[in-house]
Design a protein around this ligand. Structure first.
Ligand SMILES: [Zn+2]
Length: 278
């Protein structure tokens, strides 16, 4: 999709399944299962959609779960990578070596798994050979010093090799990553979780990452139990929803299984998503 000076392509690294209750926090199952049906293990199907941004540079935001997960974890999370990131990149006519920048919303495994690959001899290396990797400093600190509540999602194999290879660029604040692309800290999901604003020709597109992982999360109280600071999610979302509706932001939903992007609309006090075909 052309977006001002950019080309934006929603990629896919396949799907995974996470506990529906955890995905919707305090929302009772009779309500959420209408939007996201649960399987026999109470899991719902989720997409993993990194965003390819082609502008002055070629950038990918997040990189999916990647191929390093062991069989047991892959079964628990119902990972289906029959079609994965390499297929999506090939469809887009982009080679891994063409990527100049890899930008992380945060470093949990379903977003950063694809940042590194394991060679046959077990060596870990960056998955994008010519790229600089851009990570928020606070997120880096948290991911490399995990505690009991986030340890299972911060797998060191996904990001430690980046520092070792000298390809890591840490950003301290809400900085411009390349012309027209800037990051904004949301907090909430993790203390330093960030979204990405892409601005061109008076329009704004937003990679919402885990602030609003699916279109079902457009409702204010629909907040994941995975969020470490849910009240921060609520506060940011309240302001952001208003802004997104008023300014007609195009939102990319990283985990929605069916809808890659859309506009937030409001009718009779209810916020909903008008999908766009891309
Ligand atoms: Zn996620």
């Amino acid at each position: 999709m052309h977006f001002g000076d950019f080309e934006l392509i929603a990629l896919s690294d396949g799907t995974l399944r996470l506990d529906g209750g955890a995905m919707f926090g305090i929302v009772p199952k009779p309500l959420w299962e209408k939007r996201a049906p649960a399987d026999d293990r109470n899991r719902i199907r989720l997409g993993m959609r990194p965003l390819l941004v082609r502008g002055k540079k070629t950038m990918i935001i997040d990189a999916g779960i990647g191929g390093k997960l062991d069989a047991k974890s892959a079964a628990i999370y119902g990972v289906d990578r029959t079609r994965h990131l390499d297929h999506a990149l090939a469809d887009a006519g982009v080679a891994r070596a063409d990527i100049d920048l890899v930008l992380a919303s945060h470093l949990r495994f379903d977003h950063a798994g694809g940042f590194t690959v394991r060679d046959d001899d077990g060596t870990l290396r960056p998955a994008f050979a010519n790229a600089r990797y851009v990570v928020r400093q606070g997120e880096w600190e948290d991911a490399t010093h995990p505690h009991e509540r986030n340890r299972a999602s911060y797998l060191q194999e996904n990001f430690a090799p980046l520092a070792a290879a000298g390809v890591l660029d840490l950003v301290a604040g809400d900085e411009t990553i390349m012309p027209g692309v800037r990051v904004v800290r949301t907090g909430g999901h993790t203390m330093h979780h960030q979204i990405v604003m892409i601005e061109s020709g008076g329009r704004t597109a937003v990679f919402a990452a885990d602030l609003m992982p699916t279109t079902a999360h457009a409702d204010l109280p629909w907040i994941m139990s995975y969020d470490l600071y849910p009240m921060d999610t609520l506060a940011f979302k309240r302001t952001f929803l208003r802004e997104a509706i008023e300014r007609n932001y195009l939102i990319f939903f990283e985990h929605d299984p069916d809808i890659a992007a859309g506009y937030l609309r409001e009718s009779n006090g209810r916020v909903y998503v008008e999908p766009v075909g891309i």
